[in-house]
Design a protein around this ligand. Structure first.
Ligand SMILES: O=C(O)C1=C[C@@H](OP(=O)(O)O)[C@@H](O)[C@H](O)C1
Ligand SMILES: C=C(OP(=O)(O)O)C(=O)O
Length: 433
């Protein structure tokens, strides 16, 4: 993707309207894998159309899973293979999709084949050692092709025994625990997963458990430390799965409502959502935004006096949507501090460093710590800042909100939103007055 391309956004005076959200990335990719591993056919409605989901769909096809798209719609039929993936040798390219790479690594390592998994250069800088260490405890044969602890990976057939208990570290990415939990039922044996260290991004584990349950597998847990899977459980298709709207994508429109009058309503995520990122709305409310919750929608408007409150918050539970707060902070009445977000450093880019660099370009005063960021709005914004996006969809999306602080801004490489939201800028234009 060329970073010579850019998009100039004029100041946005006010926003108002309703956005129908694209499908959740986290739910789309989990559902596809579970549907593939299950017994029976699954109709998946409202699948996200984006790069991350494309990589999962293509990988499953390569692995011998039949799926069909219903015309031009985002409704798919996946024919489950009832356990073992049929193709025993494959080379999979998974872009920068953590929700494809980590779960497929675990499912394939417990299968009996020879596989290679690789991605874009940044994926090869994103850690996976904690997951590999856990899978090796089960007997998996996984080798690092380049750097110890990082993709690309080479998997070979191995004798797998769940053997009661496996330990996994939880402090770098919750996707490692998600991947293990989703793959373990393939062994048919009882298993206990013990999380070592503090588990981050906990609500994503709830999405995992919820969807595994939909596909007939029950996981019981003692707090966030131990997870038990009883022997003999297998995935069975529930027939139909509706993919909720993406709660992380919702954050940009809700923040827009809070920064620029509103009301802005997002449809597809509401109080019934299984996604932890719905709680982004609580954080906006703490900043003074007016929030209304429906079962399947959320609406945000600016505070009555138009001024957001600066806050000091731990946003470990919503790491993706937390980036949106860092930009919304540009309209707050003081210094906003977001804590416990060290995982930002190992995502699409080093997001702590990237956010600090780019927020400074618009004039904000920024303090970047190992696991926190503090943002103080400038007295006068620097107009027409050219924001670099580091091939990180969320950098492009959250920095579009600078226009809601009343300043023109340039977003470099806007097409990088394709990872989770290819039509983002068109949808944003639809609520701008
Ligand atoms: O399981 C998931 O669907 C995700 C978990 C989170 O990652 P970490 O657990 O690495 O924080 C999140 O940032 C990512 O976008 C999606
Ligand atoms: C961290 C993210 O993605 P991934 O699923 O690749 O980890 C994200 O979407 O912000």
């Amino acid at each position: 993707m060329s970073d010579l391309e850019f998009l100039d956004l004029a100041p946005i005076q006010s926003v108002k309207g309703t956005v129908v959200l694209p499908g959740s990335k986290s739910i789309s990719n989990r559902t596809l894998l579970l549907a593939a591993l299950a017994e029976g056919k699954t109709e998946v409605k409202g699948l996200l159309a984006s790069d991350d989901v494309h990589y999962m769909l293509e990988a499953l096809k390569t692995l011998g899973v039949n799926w069909t798209q219903q015309g031009e719609s985002r409704d798919f039929i996946v024919e489950g293979v009832a356990g073992a993936l049929p193709v025993k040798s494959a080379d999979l390219f998974l872009g920068n999709a953590g929700t494809a790479f980590r779960p497929l690594t675990a499912a394939l390592a417990l299968g009996a084949g020879t596989y290679r998994l690789s991605g874009v250069p940044r994926m090869h800088e994103r850690p996976i050692g904690d997951l590999v260490d856990a899978l090796r405890q089960l007997g998996a044969d996984i080798a690092y092709e380049q750097n110890e602890g990082y993709p690309p990976l080479a998997i070979k057939p191995a004798n797998i025994a769940a053997n009661g208990s496996v330990k996994v570290k939880g402090n770098v990415s919750s996707q490692f625990l998600t991947a293990l939990l989703m793959a373990l039922p393939l062994t048919g044996e009882a298993a206990t997963v013990e999380v070592v260290g503090e588990l981050i991004s906990k609500p994503y584990i709830e999405i995992t458990l919820n969807l595994m349950n939909k596909f007939g597998v029950t996981v019981t847990r003692d707090g966030w430390e131990k997870f038990h899977i009883a022997a003999g459980q297998r995935y069975v298709s529930p027939g139909l799965v509706h993919v909720e709207g993406d709660a992380s994508s919702a954050s940009y429109f809700l923040a827009a409502g809070a920064m620029g009058l509103g009301p802005v309503r997002v449809e597809g995520v509401g109080k019934e959502s299984i996604q932890g990122d719905k709680r982004f709305a609580e954080t906006l409310e703490q900043m003074g935004a007016q929030i209304i919750w429906g079962d399947n929608w959320i609406e945000a408007s600016a505070p009555l006096n138009g001024q957001l409150n600066a806050i000091d918050v731990d946003l470990n539970h919503i790491p993706d949507a937390a980036m949106t707060i860092a930009v919304a902070a540009l309209k707050a009445n003081g210094t906003t501090t977001i804590r416990n977000i060290a995982s930002w450093r190992v995502k699409e880019t080093d997001r702590l460093s990237a956010m600090a660099t780019e927020l400074r370009k618009v004039g904000a005063l920024v303090e970047e710590g190992e696991d926190y960021i503090s943002v103080t709005p400038p007295e006068a914004f620097i107009p027409n800042a050219a924001i670099d996006t580091y091939d990180d969809h969320r950098m492009a999306m959250c920095f579009s909100l600078v226009a809601l602080a009343g300043v023109p801004v340039r977003i470099n490489d806007p097409k990088c939103t394709a990872k989770t939201f290819p039509t983002y800028f068109d949808v944003l234009a639809g609520i701008c007055n």
